[in-house]
Design a protein around this ligand. Structure first.
Ligand code: CTP
Ligand code: MG
Length: 553
């Protein structure tokens, strides 16, 4: 209904948690998509970048300082919104969005440094709000309009478990998992603020620099607290001035492009480490195929991976976001499978011989193409018009339909999320990983071009395998886990998603019947009521496991 829609939009906008069932979400999603047209990626990025340029980040003593801060900062310009969050639970920050960039400049003109003798006097849009020395003449109102509190808090495992248990069906649980763990508005804002800090910092030397977020922060599959992938691009001067008689003096780049990149990144990394406030733990990984600088921005609490000129990855994020928006089931399904892969130990935040979230997401998209819920990339390419043309790094064609409003037909497939989840496990349990490769571009399998254990064609660069890193052992582990999940979903009739979201060792002991496992509460302590609830669920589960064991014997 319209009321549910408004409530839903309001809840999402205010960054609060939302718990509702699939039917409501499905109605709301379709009503929403009719009401709000799809926003193309470029527009979205440009909107968020402008928002970051109009915002300042201020460290405060506590949440209580918000009203004083609001009154103080109102003198510099019109405040559009205030977003409070904590880093490590005890350091408080407020992100203030002003109406105009000039309001931020007003603040910069009035701000001061702590003690000019002992500090490196760098300026930027990140501050702390010190306690006043003399009594302020500004009146402090108690109510802070537009304040959103504690926007970045991640639900604890216990909270998440309780929420999943309160959902009616497994499909509802999948929607709840997505809604409660997805990256929210403040999460996106602080990520663009983190990017903006670098842009502002290096704009003296490179006035046309841009630092763009990509990966899960913008592709629709990001969760609260996810890492931030950044690409730094120092572009050339304005093309309009090509005929000017005044030509900038510049240095020539080295003939060895890799060496040039390495030197550039080393210098950037040194500057970040020694001069830029809040940046810490800078690590240089410059010998990799795509060299990166890893660092932590302690004011936003975000872990970052900075690369340069890696535009293909940005267009890849655009493609993934496009797919995530084609059908409302895509995101809950991907979130559930990413959570499952994390729980059973298939993925790991450290790089290695295992499957990454990115590769896993492509497997899900491919399955949804097979179900005719998503179009192939070739279809999206055929639908592209002139303004959709993009070429990355001078040679990679990244042209595809960019405006979903122009996608002629949507799917007629009405499979539920629970069925899709089960279908995914069945589909890949039977998949011939040995000879077949997955191609999102064609929407079909192709013969494996080489002997990689897992072959997922890079949609934008089909000659590359995005899962080249995966070892044969990890593919075997993937297959075992796919079969196990498929079997668990078949053999339990309690419709509980938590059954497959068990850490692997618990699941194995549960299957062998050697230990009673708390299936309802993944982690943490449980109350008496919950214990009874859990005991009932355990009974149901071990009953069906026994039945299944007997059947298999
Ligand atoms: N990427 C790519 N080709 C690869 C690996 C990554 O184009 N072989 C791009 C994708 O756009 C991907 C982004 O780089 O989304 C970031 O990669 P990564 O951080 O590994 O994946 P995320 O999607 O950000 O997922 P996570 O939340 O695990 O960071
Ligand atoms: Mg990432």
């Amino acid at each position: 209904s319209a009321r549910e829609c408004t409530k839903y939009t309001h809840t999402i906008m205010s960054g609060q948690r939302l718990f509702c069932n699939e039917r409501v979400v499905r109605t709301v999603h379709s009503a929403e998509s009719e009401k709000n047209k799809f926003i193309p990626f470029d527009e979205l990025i440009s909107h968020r970048r402008q928002q970051a340029a109009r915002s300042v980040l201020i460290q405060v003593q506590s949440e209580k300082s918000c009203s004083e801060l609001y009154s103080y900062c109102s003198q510099f310009g019109h405040i559009e919104g205030m977003h409070h969050y904590t880093v490590h639970h005890n350091t408080h920050f407020v992100l203030i969005e002003f109406k105009k960039v000039s309001h931020v400049e007003n603040i910069l003109n009035k701000a001061t440094h702590m003690n000019e003798e002992q500090i490196i006097p760098v300026e930027g849009s990140m501050f702390w709000f010190r306690t006043e020395k003399t009594r302020s003449k500004i009146s402090v109102s108690k109510d802070v309009p537009l304040l959103i509190k504690n926007g970045c808090s991640i639900p604890t495992d216990k909270e998440l478990t309780d929420l999943l248990l309160s959902a009616e069906t497994m499909s509802d649980q999948m929607v709840t998992l997505y809604e409660t763990t997805k990256l929210n508005d403040i999460g996106v804002r602080i990520r663009f603020q983190t990017a903006h800090q670098l842009e502002r910092c290096f704009s003296g030397l490179f006035p046309h620099i841009s630092v763009l977020p990509f990966g899960s922060s913008v592709n629709g599959f990001g969760k609260l607290g996810c890492d931030l992938d950044l690409v730094l691009r120092a572009t050339n001067v304005n093309e309009e001035n090509l005929n000017s008689r005044l030509v900038y003096h510049t240095k020539t780049i080295m003939s060895d492009e890799r060496l040039q990149t390495k030197k550039f990144m080393e210098t950037i990394a040194d500057t970040m480490q020694h001069f830029v406030p809040g940046i810490c733990n800078v690590r240089r990984i410059l010998h990799a195929r795509v060299p990166i600088i890893k660092y932590e921005q302690s004011f936003t609490g975000v872990e970052c991976d900075l690369s340069i000129t890696n535009l293909t990855a940005v267009y890849m994020s655009e493609l993934l976001r496009l797919y995530s928006e084609v059908d409302w089931r895509v995101k809950p399904l991907v979130f559930t499978l990413r959570k499952w892969a994390e729980c059973v130990g298939l993925t790991n935040s450290a790089p290695g011989r295992w499957i990454t979230n990115f590769s896993l997401t492509l497997l899900v998209l491919f399955y949804l193409q097979f179900k005719q819920i998503l179009p192939s990339l070739s279809t999206l390419k055929k639908l592209a018009v002139k303004r959709d043309t993009r070429v990355a790094n001078s040679m990679v064609d990244c042209t595809f339909l960019r405006d979903l409003n122009r996608l002629p037909e949507r799917t007629t497939n009405v499979t539920t999320l629970q069925e899709l989840l089960h279908g995914f496990y069945e589909f890949y349990s039977q998949f011939d990983f040995h000879t077949k490769a997955v191609s999102i571009r064609d929407g079909t399998t192709i013969s494996k071009p080489d002997y990689s254990a897992l072959y997922i064609c890079n949609p934008l660069e089909p000659m590359l395998n995005v899962s080249k890193n995966v070892s044969i052992e990890e593919v075997e582990k993937l297959k075992v886990n796919l079969r196990e999940a498929s079997w668990l979903l078949e053999s339990t009739d309690n419709n509980n998603l938590l059954t497959i979201l068990q850490p692997k060792k618990d699941l194995m002991t549960l299957v062998r019947g050697k230990r009673v496992v708390n299936v309802a509460v993944l982690f943490g302590e449980d109350s008496e009521d919950e214990k009874t609830n859990v005991a009932n669920k355990q009974k149901t589960l071990s009953g069906s496991l026994n039945k299944d064991r007997a059947r298999r014997r």
